[in-house]
Design a protein around this ligand. Structure first.
Ligand code: AMP
Length: 211
């Protein structure tokens, strides 16, 4: 089973992808996480994408398709989170899965208002050391600016600043939203209302898969 998690930034795709991957023994691939890991390593790819990501724009289809091409193998079940984000990427993925003898089972579209997205993203914090996620509004650390789990300092992603979020939403509306139509035509799009407790959303996702 191969799934794509679609939706604007901040709709909770990553949180659900991690959980679902555990439940169904799938591999969670977040292209954003892969690119951030390259930046942390200081690799050539990381340096190439750093400014683009900081602005909230998309890295080129060629670069991201190569990342996917190198990261996916036949016979594994994937949850793709944050990929594809353009029609060209979606076409590449169809082609690539076809060559591997795989196919895309479903595309889950996470729906949330822009107002809620902005609140969630501006409040998002992460521990530098252990990676634990927090949110100032919904899930604050009991240790303030420090991580409850390991005591290290929490940080805000540079692209979670308000002005960058506005650009990320614009980019989503212009370049990623057309994928809704693309996958509706293929009859594999499932909508999920994302303004609900994490457990409820997870239950719905499991139901979609079991059905
Ligand atoms: P994310 O963590 O999914 O919000 O991604 C963070 C940033 O990584 C995005 O704003 C883009 O700059 C870049 N990125 C991640 N996935 C893609 C993709 N599929 N296509 C182009 N850029 C991407």
């Amino acid at each position: 089973m191969n799934l794509v998690f679609l939706g604007a930034p901040g709709t909770g795709k990553g949180t659900q992808a991690v959980r679902l991957a555990k439940e169904y023994n799938s591999k969670h691939i977040s292209t954003g996480d892969l690119l951030r890991a390259e930046m942390d390593k200081g690799s050539e790819l990381g340096l190439r994408v750093k400014d683009i990501m900081a602005r909230g724009s998309l890295v080129s289809d060629d670069i991201i398709n190569t990342v996917i091409e190198n990261g996916l193998e036949a016979g594994t079940s994937y949850i793709l989170d944050g990929y594809p984000r353009t029609i060209a990427q979606a076409e590449f993925l169809d082609n690539f899965f076809g060559k591997m003898g795989e196919k895309l089972s479903f595309v889950i579209n996470f729906i949330l208002s822009e107002e809620e997205i902005i609140k969630r993203l501006t409040g998002r914090r992460k521990c530098r050391k252990c990676g634990k996620d927090y949110n100032l509004y919904f899930n604050p650390s009991s240790k303030g600016d420090d991580c409850e789990a390991c005591g290290s300092v929490l940080y805000q992603r540079p692209d979670d600043k308000k002005e960058v979020i506005i650009n990320r939403l614009k980019v989503y509306n212009e370049q990623t939203k057309p994928l809704l139509d693309y996958y509706t035509k293929k009859n594999i799009l499932k909508n999920i209302e994302a303004r609900r407790p994490i457990d409820q959303i997870f239950k719905d996702l499991c139901k979609v898969i079991q059905d």
